[in-house]
Design a protein around this ligand. Structure first.
Ligand SMILES: *Cc1c(COP(=O)(O)O)cnc(C)c1O
Length: 371
């Protein structure tokens, strides 16, 4: 049996007609960048996420970058963020000449550990950038408490957590000042190319982001600020509007598949050998990834590969140990949990279209590996 990590072709087949019509509509409109399709998508997704404003942008990376630009982050400012995330989280900070200040993660959620944040706050700290990794919202209550006490804006990297909810029901990306989403094809709401969105409740911030998105122009050809080309394509917006109607259903399928794994792992007595993902505080976890951890991660991965099962490692090297951040001076041992996670975590296929038979096969093979 073959089990891919994700099956975007199967997903397309299920909604082919609606998608094709949406693409055709854009082709016939002649409006390819921003415009009506993008505005409608922004309204629909902001409403789904219970945000006041949504600003469609060119990628998740650009959503983070433009949010920091709109908050006027300057060279030498310090931004506190998680040691364990996709590179863009920290890359955008450095691109503005600012300094990422890393904080270790919690061992059960893989999210930033709020109890280590305060000790990293200095005169130079200008924002906190938590990440909602794998589909679960970080522990935002203590983060927002620090944000108030030190008057620091919070930018949420919600690229992997669209529609996820924190314990109090607040939606990922709407708790801090700005929330960043990505429509990279492997995300729960994936486009047919790059795309992203910034969510915010702040009218003024939304306005600044809209101006920065078009090279800082307002009105057209007059520039009070320097922005960039951060525009979203109409064709992506049209496709994403179709897919948004399916998002809740797909999320429920991912949650059901996660429960299947949990049941199958415990039936086979495998919970002794591997740690399963944990949703804390009854968070609404959207399982962008289903992450198990085991000390024999690399061997298990090879064994599954030989048996036709695709898995992935997110991420093999924590951010502070990346070569490009060498001059920040971090060393091995500074972030024990992030480092341990980078050696032990493995993503199993959990996509909406995976069948129970396939999941049973995955768990059977894992059982075989450990016996
Ligand atoms: C995917 C992702 C991004 C970047 O999104 P792109 O659309 O690929 O630019 C940023 N942060 C995290 C945590 C991500 O998973």
């Amino acid at each position: 049996m073959k089990v891919p990590l994700l099956n975007l072709k199967a997903q397309y087949k299920g909604i082919e007609k609606e998608i094709d019509e949406a693409i055709k509509r854009v082709c016939e409109s002649g409006q390819f960048i921003l415009g009506d399709e993008v505005v409608k998508f922004e309204e629909e997704l902001a409403s789904y996420c219970k945000a006041n404003y949504g600003i469609g942008v060119s990628s998740g990376t650009d959503a983070l970058l433009i949010s920091l630009m709109a908050l006027k982050i300057k060279p030498d400012d310090e931004i506190i963020t998680s040691a364990y995330s996709f590179f863009a989280t920290a890359g955008v900070i450095s691109r503005l000449g600012a300094k990422p200040v890393f904080v270790d993660i919690e061992d059960d959620t893989f999210n930033i550990n709020p109890s280590f944040i305060e000790e990293k706050i200095t005169e130079m700290t200008k924002a906190i950038l938590p990440v909602h990794l794998f589909g679960q919202v970080a522990d935002m209550e203590p983060i927002m408490e620090l944000s108030k006490r030190y008057n620091l804006p919070v930018v949420e990297d919600a690229a992997q957590a669209i529609g996820a909810c924190y314990k109090d029901g607040k939606v990922a990306g709407t708790i801090g000042d700005a929330g960043c989403l990505s429509f990279f094809p492997t995300k729960n709401l994936g486009g047919f190319g790059d795309g992203g969105m910034v969510l915010t409740r702040d009218k003024e911030l939304a306005e600044r982001i809209k101006i920065l998105r078009v090279n800082g122009a307002k009105p057209k050809y007059y520039h009070k600020t320097i922005g960039g080309n951060f525009r979203l394509d109409a064709i992506q917006a049209a496709i994403l509007r179709v897919k948004l109607r399916w998002l809740e259903h797909w999320t429920e399928e991912r949650q059901k598949n996660s429960q299947n794994y949990e049941r199958l792992f415990s039936e086979k007595g495998l919970d002794k050998f591997i740690h399963l993902p944990k949703a804390i505080y009854k968070n609404y976890h959207i399982y962008n990834q289903f992450i198990i951890r085991t000390k024999e991660r690399d061997e298990l991965r090879d064994f599954l590969k030989k048996n036709g099962i695709d898995t992935a490692i997110y991420y093999p090297l924590p951010l502070p140990l990346q070569e490009c951040f060498k001059e920040l001076g971090y060393k091995e041992g500074d972030f024990p949990e992030a480092e341990r996670a980078s050696k032990e975590t493995l993503a199993l296929p959990v996509y909406p279209e995976i069948t129970l038979k396939m999941q049973e096969y995955v768990v059977e093979k894992i059982k075989e590996f450990f016996s």
